[in-house]
Write a protein that binds this ligand. Structure first.
Ligand code: GLN
Length: 440
């Protein structure tokens, strides 16, 4: 329990254990690079935390699981890394992910597969699949991931661990490679709720280096598992989920009601609308953010006969999913289509946020499934649109900017973990962790 509070003497032993285990379980593919047998002291001598490969750790290679960044070394620490070092934690290992965090299975990585620690034929989820897999396999006590549309919570659910996305603006994005800047947040992936709160407390707070960082009171979380909560249950989301997920949630809700929490039944608008809105906003921002990878400043340049060809050859290193997003984003931002797609999506985004505000006028927290199914098999979602539907329950949370946590509540018949999502109002991470502790 709360291993992040480990005394110094035990950290050395822990590192040895992790190194040994990591060697034994190489096939998992959770790390793109592990720092086995190296003197971890130079990376800080605290409890080692696995880091998604889109967060800058000074001097480490950072690839976002893309060939285009191969060989690129981070020139500075992300704010979250500095905060970790200041608080007795150290960075250990770069975790695999979907290329530029675009995907839901870690299959778009250009650095190989990551297996689900519960079944090697199943995906670990994504895009923070490596981070969730190493925590699920006990190859890390905790990890950092990033979440733009579900990329912390969905892999956490698939791997049977806890994953938390903070309120937008709560954790600095300085040093996180931007995918969709108005949606991205860094958050903890851990083995229990207590550890998630500890790591969250360390990385949260205002940062002058991030212009979207919130200058708002940031009281450290002290979990109170004795509260009686008003909980809104989203019936139409639960109804759409696979039977086993649905039943696990319904059982848990019954138990919560028995314990004296107030349950209110609500609906949210059709989650397919959230997905459509997300894929306009996120691709628009991604097409702009990824314009910087032109071979001039970052990573792996492929020299052509002139500048144009150099751009073309260099950018051809992007994988299919990244190319698809750049094309979609460029399209929705182009003149003539901007109003029809981008402006419309912004309006729907506003409606989604208002829907959450209305629910939080009555409830402390909201409960939904994390995913419509448990972890699926490799190669089973070839159609991109089908893959996009993996995030129907997590995407609206990013569009609204509210905090959410995913935690394991049961296993299905095939022994795969089932997760549950708890959502709280803006900057009320306190209620989020309290509710998670009550459920855990
Ligand atoms: N799966 C979603 C996508 O592909 C979300 C990814 C994320 O949160 N980074 O965009």
């Amino acid at each position: 329990k709360d291993a992040l509070n480990l005394p110094k003497e035990e950290i050395k032993e822990l590192k040895k254990d992790i190194n040994k285990k990591a060697k034994e379980e190489k096939n998992l593919g959770g790390y793109i690079e592990q720092f086995l047998d190296t003197d971890l002291a130079e990376l800080g001598d605290g409890v080692p935390i696995a880091i998604k490969d889109n967060i800058n750790v000074k001097g480490w290679e950072i690839t976002c699981a893309s060939k285009i960044l191969k060989g690129y070394k981070a020139p500075y620490n992300a704010t979250v890394i500095d905060k970790m070092l200041e608080n007795g934690l150290s960075a250990y290992g770069r975790c695999n992910m979907d290329e530029f965090a675009m995907g839901s299975s870690t299959e778009t990585s250009q650095y190989g597969k990551t297996l689900n620690p519960h079944n090697p034929n199943r995906v670990p989820g994504g895009s923070s699949g490596g981070s969730a897999a190493v925590v699920g396999a006990n190859l890390a006590i905790a990890a950092l991931g990033s979440d733009t549309g579900g990329s912390i919570r969905q892999p956490a659910a698939f791997c049977g661990v806890v994953g938390m996305k903070p309120t937008y603006g709560r954790v600095s994005r300085y040093g996180l490679v931007a995918f969709s800047s108005s949606l991205d947040q860094i958050g903890p992936i851990t083995q229990n709720v207590e550890d998630a709160a500890i790591l969250y407390n360390i990385i949260a707070g205002y940062d002058k280096n991030d212009s979207t960082s919130a200058r708002i009171e940031n009281k450290p979380i002290v979990i109170n598992g004795d509260r009686k909560l008003k909980i809104a249950v989203i019936d139409n989301y639960i109804d759409e989920a696979d039977n086993e997920i649905k039943n696990a949630l319904l059982d848990l809700i019954k138990a919560l009601e028995k314990e004296g929490h107030t349950i209110i039944h609500k609906n949210l608008m059709n989650s397919k609308i959230d997905v459509a809105t997300y894929y306009v906003v996120a691709t628009a921002e991604a097409s702009s953010n990824l314009a910087r990878f032109d071979g001039m400043r970052y990573g792996n340049r492929i020299e052509g006969k002139d500048l144009k060809e150099t751009y073309k050859l260099t950018r051809s290193q992007f994988g299919d999913e990244v190319k698809r997003r750049i094309m979609l984003g460029t399209f929705v931002l182009s003149s003539g289509y901007y109003d029809a797609y981008y402006i419309k999506a912004q309006k729907v985004r506003h409606i989604i946020k208002n829907e959450f505000d209305k629910l939080f006028a009555e409830a402390d927290v909201i409960i939904t499934p994390v995913t419509p199914t448990t972890a699926f098999e490799f190669g089973s979602k070839k159609d991109p649109l089908e893959m996009y539907l993996s995030d129907i329950y997590t995407i609206s949370v990013n569009l609204a900017g509210v905090p959410a946590i995913s935690l394991p509540i049961a296993k299905d018949k095939e022994n795969m973990p089932i997760g549950m999502q708890i959502i709280a109002k803006h900057f009320d991470e306190q209620s989020l962790f309290d509710a998670a502790k009550i459920v855990e």
